[in-house]
Design a protein around this ligand. Structure first.
Ligand SMILES: Cc1ncc(COP(=O)(O)O)c(C=O)c1O
Length: 330
């Protein structure tokens, strides 16, 4: 069994409250059928699967994470806001928090390991956050962030054990259910599991017949392994897809996924790259690796999706130039 979460997961009421709070502040991203992608998945063996892509790659900052960040920061009271937030991240979590902090006049410090991806570092700085470079690993950065938060009383914002973030990102699924009410299955990429937990909570409350299927890179399978084992596990963490590069399971998200998730699939990094290429050529869509993982799952496990109407969460579009070159070269 997963360890009991220290923190209770959000309820669907929390999700509805988040949707109200975010009204007009996030993009109502399109949910689109792409006939060329249906053709590609049919060629892969998923006959008559009909895909609907939820384009969170078109969200502010290029990823779904901003929904959670804004939900959290809009909910702070004046004292909490004045103390600010601290987070450790090199990717979309950092950009989302920096964006939300700028819009709510909240001081924001992001700790990144030294030698970060320069594109992401620049984006976070441009959004106005203070960037502290510390340590060579993610764990070093986390320790430094905890220290910084402790010293000034700032709110340390984690990536997964945060119900307010989960409630915020769940608004993407709420929107999708309104845009495509007849989905049979929804495929969601997983790093720490906030997006998949959000999908499970919304589906359970509003669309009980909808199967939620999670996908992770086989090169970073900690959430998958934790879910299959029924307890928190650590695992190798070598995926190229930054958004999926997490080395351990998290209590809150695993507790939600435990009984609600229909299945958890793994895909190779090469399959993710091939899915990025399919998005580029078949849907005129830029997806980063994590953003293409759900499509990779449909292409890699076609039998599971044949004949079904499949929601595919394209969770982010912040692909580096090198990533896009690799996809097109393949
Ligand atoms: C684009 C993208 N997709 C998926 C994920 C995984 O989300 P989660 O950590 O909530 O499972 C991330 C995480 O940063 C991401 O940036």
């Amino acid at each position: 069994m997963p360890e009991a979460p220290v923190i209770a997961p959000p309820t669907v009421r929390d999700v509805l409250a988040a949707a109200r709070r975010l009204e007009g502040r996030v993009v109502r991203t399109p949910a689109v059928a792409h006939p060329e992608l249906d053709g590609a998945v049919a060629d892969a063996g998923a006959r008559d699967a009909r895909l609907v892509v939820k384009h969170e790659n078109l969200q502010h900052t290029g990823a779904f994470k901003v929904r959670g960040a804004l939900n959290l920061l809009l909910g702070l009271d004046d004292v909490e806001r004045a103390r600010g937030i601290v987070a450790y991240s090199t990717g979309n979590h950092a950009q989302a928090l920096a964006y939300a902090a700028a819009r709510t006049a909240t001081p924001c410090t992001i700790v990144m390991p030294t030698d970060p991806n320069p594109v992401k570092e620049r984006a976070v700085r441009r959004l106005g956050a203070d960037v502290v470079l510390h340590g060579s690993t993610f764990d070093d950065a986390r320790d430094r962030a905890a220290e910084a938060a402790g010293a000034g009383g700032a709110r340390l914002v984690g990536a997964a054990n945060e119900p307010v973030l989960v409630a915020g990102v769940a608004t993407a699924v709420l929107e999708l259910l309104a845009q495509a009410p007849d989905l049979d299955v929804l495929v969601v990429p997983v790093g720490g599991g906030s997006g998949a937990a959000a999908a499970c909570l919304v589906a359970e409350a509003l669309a009980p017949g909808l199967e939620v299927v999670a996908v992770q890179s086989a090169a970073s399978p900690a959430a998958h392994d934790s879910w299959r084992a029924g307890e928190l596990r650590s695992a190798a963490n070598t995926t190229r897809a930054e958004g999926l590069a997490v080395g351990c399971g998290f209590a809150l998200t695993q507790a939600v996924l435990r009984d609600r998730l229909a299945d958890f699939l793994l895909v190779t990094d090469d399959a993710i790259t091939a899915a990025q290429a399919a998005y580029l050529t078949g849907a005129r869509t830029v997806a980063e690796g994590a953003g293409a993982a759900a499509l990779a799952a449909v292409l890699s496990h076609p039998a599971r999706f044949a004949g079904r109407r499949v929601g595919v969460m394209c969770s982010g579009g912040n692909a580096s130039e090198a990533e896009l070159r690799r996809a097109l070269a393949g």
